[in-house]
Design a protein around this ligand. Structure first.
Ligand code: ARG
Ligand code: ZN
Length: 857
């Protein structure tokens, strides 16, 4: 059988829809195998399509895996038969003006394992329609530039029946919902189940009373308080910071156990992976609490940036995602600490987005083509998309940013917009020309910024040079505008030039600073003012100086980071011993009580093994993951021995008395205490960790202790008691699965993972459980890249197995193979063999085959 050529969708080929929708009515009669969906859609020819106005345009409706029972136009039954991807109604069969299209289809949510469209999760019905899931529910123009108000009637015996908008009626066995705000089909949602609500209220600043509900399965209602609190803070923050108010009488959130991604911003009915809603001190870590706060905010913020203003087409995904990530990051910074949040965000950006940008999956923030859009919900679209907005804000200033955003909401409310529209509001609000800035959206790759300097007669000159390496399909990389925030310090540690943003627009450019009495020490890219890689020959002394004196907390952390990387590079490549200066510097940070504990914890955290592989590769070495692991472990032990006294003192000093609270202050202390414990465990045989595990009354401290023990090859008893306590709690057990893979010694990693997948509770069709093992193996760098190739085979086996059931999750996890080109010929060969084996699997999904073919190049 010949495979169909993969379809490629291109931005350049965008055409407006032939018909617009004035209103939709849907009626669902729910049954696991035989759900009936009746639709009544009022269409009119799109005035922007002369052919449709002239009556010569066909109407194309998307539809997949639907059994068509009946379709009619203005009451006349249609003869048309659907094909594999939809239904075409020829122009000749369409009335001249507006008309009513009706259809009745049957679908089987129970057999929907892809978790896209209408599916079932533990007896509950739910939906995921972004990006193109609505077409699995009924025939419809499933594209974001078709927006319409929806009326939905649900018939089912289940007690809770929810959809978008406000409830307009309900009785035994039915409920009706009306969403007055025009929306694209991807924001449609339906939930039906035996659910209970954790409820609260919010009064908007104009006095609108909003009912808030978090719907969960019975038994989970006592784990919703934190998410509810985060929701109310998000609602208030969006009013205060962006002037945006909620616009319905009710806001519902539902927690679902089977979910491909994190959460979804359906209008008035957000659906969440239960992992990002449910939290109690005993079951969730500090990081879980912080993530829940961020994701609750993210989905809520989409109400304006995504829902009221949506995307014209999926190429514009960053319009809503980059902006909404930027907004949730600002929110978390306001709630916690901007300095700490910025460092954490940069760590994530470098680990995920820089890696993506440096490999075969590199793509622009606004891609120009795709085969499967689900493959573009990436770190580039989301996190780099947010960085681009941060740069724009830095370039125009806070006040102009707010004016531009006001104009954006005013001009595009109710519309499906583009990046051009977005940039135009900034141009109109500020008078700036953003032609060059737009390259951040259209050009892939991370710019390298080479920095050299001169000092003569009181004048200091910074020479900047930018270069971006070619990425797939983009050999040429013209210079971009780069906001480079710099400050200058005197040799005595005083700041002589407070932060100033240099606007670099050329490939090479120099900036002078006059009237300096001594050669200053530059602090470059403060606050990580642009997503670039700074290359600067600098001495360990200068880094240590900045680590001790920089006034910018990000740059201060970055100096320590640079030192750690330098030490590790020398340990790996030259077999050097850990530099004593570095150990002293860490000690000074550890003991500096004027510093935020969360900041100290971040400074004590060494670069990850994958980060070191990326760093070594960029410096022209061929990274050996085994050796990186061994040398990094040696550094951890050296730090532990060198700082033993200070670590012990910090461990005691950071204990948080009283009952657990998830606030940033307490979490920061626990983070520092946990970092100290991880080091201490290397020298006390696990004594302190065992004690901590035994007395921990919260998941954060329990997991810190367990991880530390596993890292020294202990923890068997603790793992067993953990399992005994939590065996019936899937979210907590996911952590248990992950730990044993993530903290496995390189030689044990694949075997541990394999043994876990043989357990009866390895419910691999559940994405969280699948990721807890199959995702974890890719995160254990030395285990994944074990020279035997066992882990590569293991991952490939599971991707091949999952793909027919859940292509989206299989495709996402396949990205673990994207770094193959960094490694030696043997490893490259082993990975490429697995990529070839996956590619040769008959019937591969569009999702996975696109990923594999991009990685094979
Ligand atoms: N819009 C959602 C969010 O950012 C993500 C949904 C992605 N889903 C998907 N199947 N690609 O919160
Ligand atoms: Zn989002």
């Amino acid at each position: 059988m010949k495979e169909a050529a993969p379809r490629t969708i291109r931005l350049a080929e965008y055409t407006p829809p032939s018909h617009l929708v004035e209103g939709v009515e849907l009626q669902f009669t729910l049954a696991p195998r035989t759900t009936r969906v009746r639709s009544a859609i009022r269409f009119r020819p799109n005035p922007a399509r002369p052919d449709a106005v002239a009556g010569t345009a066909d109407l194309r409706l998307d539809g997949e895996a639907l059994t068509l029972i009946r379709a009619a136009i203005d009451g006349t039954v249609l003869a048309a038969a659907p094909d594999a991807t939809g239904l075409t109604i020829p122009a000749a069969a369409l009335p001249a003006g507006p008309f009513l299209f009706e259809a009745e289809v049957e679908i089987a949510p129970e057999t929907n394992t892809a978790l896209e469209g209408l599916y079932m999760s533990k007896g509950m019905y739910c939906t995921q329609c972004e990006a193109e899931g609505f077409r699995k529910i009924t025939f419809y123009p499933d594209r974001p530039d078709v927006m319409a108000p929806f009326k939905v009637r649900i018939e089912s015996d289940l007690p809770v029946l929810l959809s978008n908008g406000d409830a307009v009626g309900q009785g035994p066995g039915w409920a009706e919902w009306h969403d007055p705000w025009p929306k694209p089909a991807y924001l449609f949602a339906l939930v039906a189940g035996d659910l209970v609500a954790h409820s609260d209220r919010f009064t908007t600043r104009s006095g609108r009373e909003v009912a808030l509900n978090i719907w969960v399965r019975r038994g989970d209602e006592d784990r919703c308080a934190y998410a509810m609190d985060a929701l109310k803070r998000s609602m208030k923050w969006d009013e205060d910071t962006y002037g945006r108010e909620y616009d319905l009488d009710v806001f519902n959130i539902v927690a679902v156990d089977d979910f491909n991604m994190g959460a979804m911003e359906n209008k008035g009915l957000n659906i969440f992976n239960s992992k990002y809603v449910l939290a109690s001190p005993e079951t969730a870590t500090d990081d879980d609490f912080a993530r829940i706060e961020a994701i609750i905010a993210h989905e809520y913020f989409h109400n304006w940036t995504g829902n009221r203003i949506t995307c014209r087409d999926w190429f514009q995904l960053c319009l809503k995602e980059g902006l909404t990530v930027f907004r949730d990051q600002s929110f978390s910074g306001d709630m916690r600490s901007h300095a700490v949040k910025r460092i954490e965000d940069v760590l994530t950006l470098r680990a995920r987005q820089f890696r993506e940008d440096a490999g075969p999956l590199a793509h622009p923030v606004r891609p120009a083509s795709y085969q499967e859009i689900n493959n573009f919900y990436t770190a580039t679209v989301y996190e780099k998309g947010a960085e681009v907005i941060g740069m724009l804000k830095r370039l125009v200033g806070d006040e102009a940013y707010r004016r531009a955003l006001d104009l954006y909401f005013e001009r595009h409310d109710g519309e499906a917009a583009t990046i051009e529209d977005w940039l135009k509001v900034f141009e109109d609000a500020t008078g700036r020309d953003l032609t060059q800035f737009k390259r951040w959206y259209t050009d892939a790759g991370t710019p390298h910024l080479r920095v050299t300097d001169d000092y003569r007669d009181g004048t200091y000159v910074l020479h900047l040079e930018q270069q971006t390496l070619p990425t797939p399909g983009q050999p040429e990389k013209p210079p971009r505008v780069i906001p480079v925030a710099v400050g200058l310090l005197n040799p005595n540690g005083d700041e002589v030039l407070p932060t100033r943003v240099l606007e670099m627009t050329e490939a090479r450019q120099s900036f002078s600073f006059e009237g300096l009495s001594a050669r200053p020490v530059p602090s470059i890219l403060r606050g990580f003012s642009a997503p670039v890689i700074v290359e600067r020959e600098t001495s360990a002394e200068e880094r240590a100086f900045l680590l001790a004196h920089d006034t910018d907390p990000f740059s201060r952390w970055e100096a320590g980071r640079g030192l750690a990387k330098e030490v590790l590079v020398r340990m790996v490549t030259e077999g050097a011993d850990p530099a004593p200066g570095f150990l002293e510097g860490l000690g000074a940070i550890l003991r500096d009580d004027s510093l935020d504990p969360a900041f100290r914890a971040l400074t004590l955290r060494l670069p990850s093994e994958d980060d070191m592989a990326q760093t070594l590769h960029a410096a022209g070495h061929v990274p050996d993951p085994t050796r990186i692991h061994v040398r990094r472990e040696a550094l951890i032990e050296a730090i532990a021995r060198h700082l033993a006294g200070a670590l012990g003192a910090t461990y005691s000093a950071m204990s948080v008395p009283g009952p657990y609270t998830p606030d940033a202050g307490a979490a920061g202390k626990r983070a520092l205490r946990g970092a100290a414990l991880a080091y201490l465990t290397r020298i006390d045989g696990g004594a302190a960790a065992k004690v901590q595990y035994g007395v921990a009354d919260n998941m954060t401290e329990a997991l810190q202790a367990l991880s530390a023990l596993l890292d020294i090859g202990q923890g068997a008893a603790e793992l067993a008691s953990f399992e005994a306590r939590w065996r019936d709690d899937a979210l907590v057990m996911d952590k248990w699965f992950t730990l044993q893979v993530l903290h496995a010694a390189p030689d044990d990693c694949a075997a541990n993972a394999r043994a876990l997948t043989e357990r009866s509770d390895f419910d691999w069709k559940n994405p969280n459980r699948f990721r807890s093992v199959i995702g974890a193996i890719a995160a254990n760098a030395a285990g994944f890249h074990h020279p035997s190739g066992d882990s590569y085979r293991f991952l490939a086996d599971w991707l091949i197995r999952l793909d027919p059931l859940n292509p989206q999750t299989a495709a996402r996890l396949s990205a673990a193979f994207d770094s193959w080109a960094r490694y030696d010929a043997d490893r490259q060969g082993l990975i490429r063999d697995q990529l070839a084996r996956i590619a040769a699997t008959p019937g591969l999904s569009r999702d996975l085959s696109e990923m594999i073919s991009r990685m094979r190049g």
